[in-house]
Every structure is written in structure tokens, then in C-alpha cells.
Design a protein around this ligand. Structure first.
Ligand code: PEP
Ligand code: CO
Length: 467
């Protein structure tokens, strides 16, 4: 007898507009969050325009499907047990202008190339998660920005306002929420086409990686590349089904920051009656919005997606433990990921007590290392940058700490682009401070370029093969 697909038939997501919700509609739960303090929200100047944009979003189809979120949850659970390794990567802030076919292709290609190398290093499947198709909003350290005596609202991401330093550009415009949906939809459509239509074929990916090590600057990775080559030939000789390796799973993730975007895209799964934020498969809250009594944690607690919380060296461990009770009371495998971003200098002293106490509490979370956000500084020439060596050092510390404690390093979360930008220092191309101005394109944090991303993957693969 053929097994019945649990998602067959009826599992559509209901779509009615928020203001017309029935009294028993589960989305009414989200109203609780509206009464809580919400950090980092735009001040929309026109409430009627906001209401219209929110209603429009609520009428649109979901970007992802509840069943896919559940699949990712099982993948995250595997990573927590050491049976998979998670690679999350993409821009710090996506922009509408950069959501082009070439840029999306190159970012997906970079992630696929990294994943192939990491799969070899980890000897387990790599769960590929794009920090994309929704990463259009940014938390800021200040609500405003002053230049030459002129003060305007800070740039909060293309979902909210524009980067140019003019009153018009910086005024939050709710129609941008709708544009973010369309840009995310187009991005996701192309990503799905690339990853299921033949572009992700492991043989191509392997060839691209051969191109990377053919560059003399990357000669030190030749041995690992040769080992991968041998493994590919071995698989071929054994008759491995390369046709089946033409496609790959690929998930989307972003920071659930602007609640006027996330709430209307939250839908009821008709199979279970549960809420899912259908703006992306995996959503996280950042270091600045993870306040226990705040609206963001309340929101995450009410949706069933796999979720993440960024945790810095400043976090109070007692708060983190309380967060587990709020976000994952059922201790559901794969539900909760802590994305730690301690900084290369702090990871070895700040991470162990956190991991120890979380483990002792009986919680099972997935641990992922973000080696970017604890390592940002301003270069002598005034660019916000990161040093490749610090990034590698934080990942190294992350592995050391988990190995020392007998816990599982479940993956990495990196800001990267497939383009040849000059935003982070170092790497085999030895980008120096004087080079940063050549191609600094990020509107927010500095990203690893294509070469630096691959180099990081080779280095992490080496760390993984030390097991
Ligand atoms: C980010 O991921 O871009 C970010 C702002 O991170 P964090 O919340 O860790 O500072
Ligand atoms: Co960032």
C-alpha cells in the first residue's frame, strides 16, 4: 500500500485579512504581542497607509509552506545530534536593487560550493539555508543618523526606507513591506528553480571548486580538494546515482524584525491549526530584540517554524534558560537554535558556561556559530570591516569549546556574497585596509566575498575532519 503523504490534499493555509479574523482564528493570539514593547520598529508616518500594506500582505499567498518548515525542523534536529551540519549564509541586508538573477545565482552557487566542501569535511549532510528572500530589515544602534548637522531617521533596510541620505528616502514607507514580499517571492522562485532544475548538480559544484583551488593563492587547500576529487571518482566507480544528486534542498531564513511584515504573513496550517510564519522557513531574533518580555520573543513563541536566537557574550545565562522555557517548552528537537556570536577574543571564555548550563538544564538546542557579528570593527580608513583571521578564529574556538564539553557544534551562520567585493580584510587575496574602498557595496555589515567564503569552507572542513 502506498503511504499517504501527510500533507496531501487539505493542508492549505488560510488567508483571510487580519482585521476580519473570526473570533476563534488562531492568529488572534498575535494580538498579545501588539501590547508588548517592540524594539527596533519603524515609526510609520501614515497609519492608514500601513494598514493598507498590512492588509495587502495578509491577502497574499504564503512564501513557504508549513510542511517545508517541519522538514527543516527535522534537519535542525539532526544537526543538534551531529548527524547533519547547518550552513546559513547570505547578505547582512538584502536590497531590492541587488535582487537580480546574477546576484542570486552567484550567492546560491557560493553556498552550494561551500556545502560540498563541508559535506566532505563533516561526513554528514549539510543543511543549506540562505540568509535571503526576506533579509530586508536591519536593527540599528541609533534611531537616527546625523551628517553635517542634518539628522534623519536611520536606514532600517529596504523593507522600511531607502539608503540615500534625504528626507524622502529615509521616511519609512509601508509600501516597501509589499515590495519586500515581491522581491522575496522572486528570489525564492529563482532559488527553487536553481536548486531543483539541475544547477545544483554535485558534478558542476565540484568542478567550480576545482577552479577555486587551481588559483595559486589557494594552493594550500589542494590536498583537501584532491581528497574530494578521489571521493567523487570512488562514488562514480561504485555506480553512485549522480542523477539523484542533481537537486538539493535549500531553505530560506531571515531575522524576524519588522513585525508589520511577519504578522500578516503568519498563517494557520489547516492540517494542525497551528501558526507558521510563512515569510521564510527559519526565522530568528537578533541580539537587540531578544528581550524576554518583548514582542519579538512573544511572536516567535507563537509560531511553529524552526527558530533561532542570536546570543552574544553579554547575554545573562539565566535569561537564556528562561528563553528556552518560553520558546521551546515541549523541548522539541530542531525547534530552537542558538546562534552564538561571541567574538574571537571571547568565544573560549564566554561560550563554555552558556553551553554547560543549557545542557545541564536538559534542553536540546542546536548550536550554530556566527563568527561575523562579534568581530566587527572600524578600520583605520573608516570602513566597517572584519578580519578573515578573526572569523576563522571564532569558528575554531566554537569547535574547541564544543569538543571540550562533549556537545555538538551544529553549523555556521555567515554574511557572504557571491560577488567579488572588498569588505572583509584578509583571506588568500590578502585584502588590506587600502583595498576596502575598491568594491565596498554592503549597505550594512561587511560580507565575505566569494573567494573568502570558499576559503572559510575549506578551513572549516579541515576543522571538521579533525574529529
Ligand atoms: C545580523 O545578523 O545582521 C545582526 C544584526 O546580528 P545580531 O543580532 O547578532 O547583532
Ligand atoms: Co549583519
Amino acid at each position: 500500500m502506498r503511504a499517504r503523504c501527510p500533507y496531501a490534499g487539505t493542508r492549505h493555509l488560510s488567508l483571510s485579512v487580519v482585521s476580519t479574523l473570526a473570533p476563534d482564528d488562531p492568529r488572534r493570539q498575535l494580538d498579545v504581542g501588539r501590547t508588548l514593547p517592540a524594539a527596533q520598529q519603524p515609526t510609520w508616518p501614515d497609519p492608514a497607509a500601513l494598514e493598507e500594506a498590512v492588509a495587502t500582505l495578509a491577502s497574499y499567498p504564503p512564501l513557504v509552506f508549513a510542511g517545508e518548515c517541519d522538514v527543516l525542523k527535522t534537519r535542525m534536529a539532526s544537526a543538534a545530534r551531529g548527524e547533519a551540519f547547518v550552513l546559513q549564509g547570505g547578505d547582512c541586508a538584502e536590497t531590492f536593487a541587488a535582487a537580480t538573477a546574477d546576484n542570486i545565482r552567484d550567492r546560491v552557487k557560493t553556498i552550494l560550493q561551500m556545502a560540498a566542501v563541508l559535506t566532505y569535511g563533516a561526513s554528514v549532510p549539510v543543511v543549506k539555508v540562505g540568509r535571503m528572500a526576506g533579509q530586508y530589515a536591519k536593527p540599528r544602534s541609533s534611531d537616527s543618523e546625523t551628517r553635517s548637522g542634518v539628522t534623519l531617521p536611520a536606514f532600517r533596510g529596504d523593507m522600511v526606507n531607502a539608503f540615500d541620505f534625504t528626507t524622502q528616502a529615509r521616511t519609512p514607507d509601508p509600501q516597501r513591506l509589499v515590495r519586500a514580499y515581491h522581491a522575496s517571492s522572486a528570489t525564492l522562485n529563482l532559488v527553487r528553480a536553481f536548486t531543483t532544475g539541475g544547477f545544483a548538480d554535485l558534478r558542476y559544484v565540484h568542478d567550480w571548486n576545482r577552479g577555486f583551488v587551481a588559483n595559486a593563492a589557494n594552493a594550500r587547500y589542494e590536498r583537501l580538494a584532491r581528497d574530494i576529487d578521489k571521493a567523487m571518482k570512488f562514488m562514480l566507480a561504485c555506480g553512485a546515482d549522480f542523477e539523484a544528486m542533481k537537486t538539493t534542498e535549500f531553505f530560506s531564513a531571515h531575522e524576524a524584525l519588522v513585525l508589520d511584515y511577519e504578522r500578516p504573513l503568519t498563517r494557520v496550517d489547516s492540517r494542525t491549526g497551528e501558526l507558521y510564519d510563512t515569510s521564510g522557513h527559519f526565522i530568528w531574533v537578533g541580539e537587540r530584540t531578544r528581550d524576554l518580555g518583548g514582542a519579538h520573543i512573544d511572536f516567535l513563541a507563537r509560531v511553529r517554524n524552526p527558530i533561532g536566537v542570536k546570543v552574544s557574550a553579554k547575554a545573562e545565562i539565566d535569561d537564556v534558560l528562561r528563553m528556552i522555557d518560553v520558546l521551546d517548552p515541549a523541548r522539541e528537537p530542531g525547534r530552537l537554535t542558538f546562534i552564538t556570536r561571541m567574538g574571537a577574543g571571547r568565544v573560549r571564555d564566554a561560550l563554555p558556561p552558556l553551553v554547560e548550563r543549557v545542557t545541564a538544564s536538559g534542553a536540546s538546542v542546536t548550536w550554530i556559530c556566527d563568527p561575523m557579528h562579534g568581530n566587527t570593527f572600524e578600520s583605520a580608513s573608516g570602513f566597517k570591516t572584519r578580519d578573515f583571521d578573526d572569523i576563522v578564529e571564532e569558528v575554531r574556538g566554537f569547535f574547541e569549546v564544543h569538543r571540550g564539553l562533549g556537545t555538538v557544534p551544529g553549523g555556521i551562520h555567515v554574511e557572504l556574497t557571491g560577488n567579488d567585493v572588498t569588505e572583509c580584510l584578509g583571506g588568500s587575496e590578502r585584502i588590506a585596509d587600502a583595498d576596502l574602498g575598491q568594491r565596498y557595496e554592503s549597505v550594512c555589515d561587511p560580507r565575505l566575498n566569494h573567494q573568502q567564503s570558499l576559503e572559510l569552507a575549506f578551513l572549516v572542513a579541515e576543522m571538521l575532519t579533525q574529529d
